[in-house]
Design a protein around this ligand. Structure first.
Ligand code: URA
Length: 475
């Protein structure tokens, strides 16, 4: 068997690799016949495209995987990718679905390592201000483990569009100047220079955000490997913060805040209420909520999700915030928690069509993770920013009873944190409105023990029945 050597440049990216792989496939070169050599600085050798060969398609999943794997520093990365491509074209169309396949496993490990490296580059690159040829320029030195500079650069363009910057790595540089991104050859590692102002900023930031009660040295080192420490000014504070953590936790316990005085709740309520400026008619209220930019959630969410139901409803249900499905459909409680809610309502004898259903926060708060959007609990800032919309809805509807589903709804309605599991089932007066406190239906979805889940579900239905009976008895 004659071996064909394909020389790829060290910085061979995904497009160049795809071109070469296509040619090799078109020549029917078996993976064992090809040696991909990316060790030198040789130029790209491509077996010429043979004529009369139908175009070779690469499945989307393969292209996505390959775009990360080509950045890995392992020498076998191109051979591995070509072998997978060969298998896909040889009839194993679904090989990438086989997580236990050794080639697939290895390729996924490489892709993950590259993603981690990109994440670290984003998190740990520290710029210093310099004047270069009379112009201010922010420069940084970073040593990634893989060839991730090109993939990582767009993040810095988006973040630091208005300044000129350069990131140098041992394998090349990326520079953003005059609104253009350039990639250049490597430069020598610069000598370590301090920047009194920026270094102080990073150190102060780290000291303030370091929580001694949460100290886990191994997890910290895994997250922030020591090889990146030399270019991160704040790491000089770490040894002392670790050494003094135990004493600081003791200090924190001794100086734990006193219980707030009883009037604090009244003051908080007044403060939250003061922010309210509700536009009068319903449509104006809804329109203003659609345009709301009082907190950052509007930026990433698909849309504002307002409440729905008859405006003369005697009962209003208040949840936390729209989830993934609600954000896409623009309607409250239509996802998995909504299904549990619907079932419990029906069992309690409440027709959802007669009730008004809404949320304390009107935009979906989430953290992107790959293609998924992971729900994030809204904090006091978002609840407070959104409170005027909920209050506006309640002002118009004037329900006999509000059912507060979970802690976030209770925070918004009471203006203070409410221990929901302790107070559930009780009917309280908050800000002049009658409120029944209960759990959020998504809590039922998270209970691992089916017996506990069934018992909790029954208690939830009982809370809803209580709300219904109370409303029927109320004038
Ligand atoms: N959870 C909520 O609190 N509200 C919804 O609309 C959906 C899920």
């Amino acid at each position: 068997m004659a071996l064909r050597s394909v020389t790829l440049p060290q910085d061979c990216g995904e497009e160049a690799f795809r071109r070469v792989a296509r040619s090799c496939l078109a020549h029917r070169l078996h993976p064992d016949e090809v040696i991909f050599d990316s060790s030198g600085t040789g130029s790209l050798f491509e077996p010429a495209e043979p004529r009369d060969v139908p175009a070779i398609l690469m499945p989307r999943r393969f292209v996505d995987l390959a775009s990360n794997v080509v950045c890995h520093s392992a020498e076998d990365r191109f051979a591995l990718l070509y072998r997978l491509l060969w298998r896909i074209h040889g009839g194993e169309r679904h090989v990438l679905d086989r997580a236990a396949d050794p080639d697939v496993q290895r390729a996924q490990q490489y892709a993950k390592a590259v993603e981690r490296d990109i994440y670290r580059m984003h998190a740990f690159t520290r710029f210093r201000e310099r004047v270069i040829e009379g112009r201010p320029m922010f420069v940084a030195w970073f040593e990634p483990q893989h060839r991730v500079l090109q993939k990582a650069a767009q993040f810095f363009v988006d973040r630091f569009t208005n300044m000129d910057w350069m990131i140098a790595t041992p394998s090349g540089t990326a520079a953003w100047q005059d609104n253009l991104l350039h990639f250049g050859p490597p430069v020598a590692r610069p000598p370590k220079e301090d920047d009194a102002v920026l270094d102080e900023v990073w150190q102060t930031y780290y000291r303030i955000t370091f929580n001694p009660a949460r100290l886990r040295v191994n997890a910290m080192l895994a997250q922030m490997p020591k090889r990146h420490w030399p270019t991160m000014p704040e790491t000089s504070s770490v040894p002392e913060l670790v050494r003094t953590a135990r004493n600081r936790v003791g200090d924190m316990e001794r100086s734990a805040p006193d219980r707030p005085p009883r009037f604090a709740g009244v003051l908080a309520e007044r403060r939250l209420g003061a922010a309210r400026e509700v536009p009068a008619p319903w449509d104006a209220l809804k329109e203003a909520a659609h345009a709301c930019k009082h907190c950052p959630l509007h930026a990433a969410a698909t849309q504002m999700v307002f409440g729905e139901g008859p405006l003369d409803a005697s009962i209003v249900f208040v949840g936390e915030q729209p989830g993934d499905q609600e954000d896409l459909q623009g309607r409250p409680f239509v996802g998995p928690a909504g299904q549990v809610f619907d079932r419990a309502l029906a069992q309690a004898g409440i027709d959802r069509g007669t009730a008004y259903v809404t949320n304390a926060v009107k935009h979906f708060k989430f953290e992107p993770r790959g293609k998924r959007r992971i729900h994030q609990k809204p904090g006091t800032v978002e609840v407070t920013a959104c409170r005027q919309w909920l209050q506006g809805e309640l002002d118009v509807i004037k329900p006999k009873l509000i059912v507060s589903l979970g802690a976030t709804a209770a925070l918004s309605l009471a203006g203070r944190a409410v221990p929901v599991t302790k107070e559930r089932g009780s009917i309280q007066t908050w800000g002049g409105r009658m409120v029944l406190v209960t759990i959020h239906p998504s809590y039922l979805l998270r209970l691992p023990d089916p017996d506990v889940a069934a018992a909790e579900y029954d208690r939830f239905v009982a809370d809803l029945q209580r709300a219904k009976l109370w409303c029927e008895g109320a004038k």
